[in-house]
Design a protein around this ligand. Structure first.
Ligand SMILES: [Fe+2]
Ligand SMILES: [Fe+2]
Length: 168
């Protein structure tokens, strides 16, 4: 059985995953608006991944006898100056999520909640991947700079992304 405080913290994380999904949906819309359809598709798959993360927390809370308490979503930003700004905002957001996951791990450890600790390990690794992937895209965007052909190629490359996690 979950402690009341861990149930609350897991619900907060569930909420943050849904907010992440909303942030990426807004970024996907911005790219589609700019007719950068590969970037838009990449962001939409990122959105799906966040829905997948949210569903993992949702099921874990319920499997442990906790209650899911959904909250309203904050309005995401919808305007950026250029693609680098979008991905820098995405990286900043992922770093916030990483700090939140680490705080959850600390709490599970402090409470000796072994199932919670084990469940969260997947997210610890996932956050390393998330930050590395987005950092690599920022580095590529910096290399491409104002090259239209470079941006065209990156749009094609990012558009080739496929869904990694099937929705449960
Ligand atoms: Fe996530
Ligand atoms: Fe993420």
């Amino acid at each position: 059985m979950l402690s009341a405080s861990l149930e609350q913290a897991l619900n907060d994380q569930l909420h943050l995953e849904f907010e992440s999904s909303y942030v990426y949906l807004s970024m996907s819309a911005w790219f589609e608006w700019k007719n950068m359809l590969g970037f838009a598709k990449w962001m939409n798959i990122q959105r799906d991944e966040e829905q997948f993360h949210a569903s993992k927390f949702y099921h874990f809370i319920l499997d442990r006898g906790g209650q899911v308490k959904l909250k309203s979503l904050a309005q995401p930003k919808w305007e950026w100056g250029n693609p680098i700004e979008v991905f820098e905002a995405a990286l900043e957001h992922e770093m916030l999520v990483t700090r939140s996951i680490h705080a959850l791990v600390d709490q599970a450890m402090a409470e000796k909640d072994h199932p919670g600790f084990t469940f969260l390990q997947w997210f610890v690794s996932e956050q390393v991947e998330e930050e590395a992937t987005i950092t690599a895209i920022i580095d590529q965007l910096k290399l491409v700079k104002d090259s239209q052909s470079g941006m065209f190629l990156m749009d094609k490359e990012l558009g080739a992304r496929t869904v990694a996690h099937p929705m449960p």
